[in-house]
Write a protein that binds this ligand. Sequence first.
Ligand code: SAH
Length: 281
Amino acid sequence: MKEEQSRKRRRGKNKKPQKTQPSLLPKHSTKLHKKTHQQKNPAHQSSSSSSSLKSSSFLDKMKARLAGGHFRMINEKLYTCTGKEALDYFKEDPELFDMYHTGYQEQMSHWPELPVNIIIKWLKELSSSLIVADFGCGDARLAKNVKNKVFSIDLVSNDPSVISCDMANTPLRPSSVDVAVFCLSLMGTNYASYLKEACRVLKPSGWLLIAEVKSRFDPNNGGADPNMFSKAVCEMGFTSALKDFSNKMFVLLYFKKKENQSSHGREIEWPELKPCIYKRR
Ligand code: SAH
């Protein structure tokens, strides 16, 4: 009985947001359109048009708030389910993916620096001949900004160059890439299986780059212990090359795959990574 009740509660929590009409997304600004119209027709500056202006800006605010709410709901879902469940969620309604990314871009526009840009810079300085796999590529910004061959992977593909799959099971060949990137994408509760997949497809001495939201690695605020996380990655067959905590918003961890993988057979203890919940703005 209790279990049924809590299941119902969980179902309620993960309920899909109501489908938003395309016109409800804050892409186009009716406000802007009205202003231009007014500039052309000063006679229209009556009290009725100023009240309609007011109501349209109110409407814009409401639309933005609604879109923000949908983004946060999808975001929370992705952090609290497995990759397989996330894949099914988006398969059922691919529009949710666009909704998620509209909100994600909005959130990122407030970050002074984006981790993906640091990774782009790092790659450009290293070599354009390295083959890269971008796990959880989003809008494939990495592939679009480097000369390297990049396998862009995400749950949904709006672009023919993006491989759509759960990144725990990619179609990439074993030992076929030089760099595996996870930029703000260790979202699923089974995140360790994504890292195992990266280990499988990486060549010996290949790079593993992980950028994550800082609060997820802040043990003073319920985040994971970065040393415990790093230890788990190393036990999988990597050495830690660099930990960069200098940015206010994210951490950057660089690992190198060992030349020789020696399986010790012990179960790796992965710390739990808490969801990154974005605040309402
Ligand atoms: N790396 C990009 C996008 C980060 S948003 C950037 O830095 O801009 C995180 C992305 O990870 C989302 O696009 C989400 O769909 C993807 N993702 C999360 N879990 C995934 C999974 N199991 N398989 C594939 N992609 C996943």
